[in-house]
Design a binder for this molecule. Sequence first.
Ligand SMILES: NC(=O)c1ccc[n+]([C@@H]2O[C@H](COP(=O)([O-])OP(=O)(O)OC[C@H]3O[C@@H](n4cnc5c(N)ncnc54)[C@H](O)[C@@H]3O)[C@@H](O)[C@H]2O)c1
Length: 323
Amino acid sequence: MSAAPTPTVLVTGALGQIGTELVSALRELYGSDSVIASDIREIEGHPVINNGPFLTADVLDKNSLKVIIEDNNVNIIYHLAAILSATGEKNPVLCERVNVGGLANVLELAREYELRVFSPSSIAVFGPDCPNHAPQITPLNPTTTYGKTKVTGEIMAKYYWEVHGVDVRGIRYPGLISWKAPAGGGTTDYAVDIFHHAIMSGKYSCFVGPDTRLPMMYMDDAIRATLEMMDTPVESISDSRGGYNISGCSFTVTELVAEISKVIDPFECTYSPDIRQEYADSWPDSVDDTEASNDWGWKAEFGLEQLVNEMLTNLTRTREVEE
Ligand SMILES: NC(=O)c1ccc[n+]([C@@H]2O[C@H](COP(=O)([O-])OP(=O)(O)OC[C@H]3O[C@@H](n4cnc5c(N)ncnc54)[C@H](O)[C@@H]3O)[C@@H](O)[C@H]2O)c1
C-alpha cells in the first residue's frame, strides 16, 4: 500500500502568536516546502519567513488567496488571520470584516477547490449567561464584537460542512501562553506579558484584577490539540466541529503571581483594571472538554506550575542569548 501523498498547506496570519509555532510544527510534519506561510505583514528575520516559503496576502483579497491556492495546489488551509478581542473592540468594524469576511473567502475557496480548513474559535464565544464551567453545548451570547465573530465563524463552519461537505474544523482556544512570539492583542495577554515584566523588572501592573480566573493553555498543548484534531478521522468529528472546547489549566492572577514568585523573588504585581476586565468577566472560569476527549482523545499536559517553569526558563534563556 502506498503512503498518502504529502498535502500542501497554506497558513494565513502565520506571523502571529499561534502561527509562529504552528508553522514550524507543520513544517516538521510535512516538510518545509509543503507549508506556505502568509500574512498581511512582513517581519524581517522572523523564523517563519526564514525557514520556508512565505507570501504576503490579505485574507480580504480573495483573488490573491485564489492565486496562491492554484499556483501551489493547496490542500489544507490553517486560517489564523484575525483581529483579536482587545484590538477588535477598539475597531469593531475591522474585526468583523477580517474575522467574518476573511473566513467567508477561505470557506468559499475551500468549497471551490475541495480543501480542508482549520478555523480557530475562542472561549470568547461564551457570554455572561454561560455557566462558570462552560459546557460544550450552551447558549452563545458574547458581549464583545470579537466573540460574535467567533460564534458566526462556528456557524459558518457547520454550514459549509452540512451543505457543501467542506471539512472545516475548529477549537475554542483558551488564552494561550507562549514565549516564542508576543501575544496579539487579546484580553488574556496579561498572562503572557507578566512573565516578560517579571524577568525584566520584577514588577507588573496587571490590567485585570487579582481574582480574575480564566481558562488558559500553554502553547505546546494548543499546537498538539490542533494537529491531533486535524488528524482525527472525519467519522469521529461531531457536530461540535466548528469549535471544540479544550481545557488546559485555569487560574486567577493571584495564583499565577504566587507561582512566579516561587522563582522570581521579589516579584510585585499591582492592579489597574481597564476595559479588558469587562471582557474577562463575561467569560467562564473554565471549560468542559469531555467531547474533545471522547471524540479525539484530547488531554492537556501542562498545569500551572509546569507552564510557569517553562515560560521563565525559556524567556530567561532567550534574553541571555540576545544580550
Ligand atoms: N492567542 C490566543 O490566546 C487565542 C485564543 C483564542 C483564539 N485565538 C484565535 O487563533 C487565531 C490566531 O490567533 P493569534 O493569537 O495567532 O493572533 P495574532 O494577532 O497573534 O496573529 C494574527 C495574525 O493575523 C494577521 N492578519 C491580520 N489581519 C490580516 C489580514 N487581513 N490578512 C492576513 N493576515 C492578517 C496579523 O498580521 C497577525 O500576524 C485567531 O483566529 C484568534 O482569534 C487565539
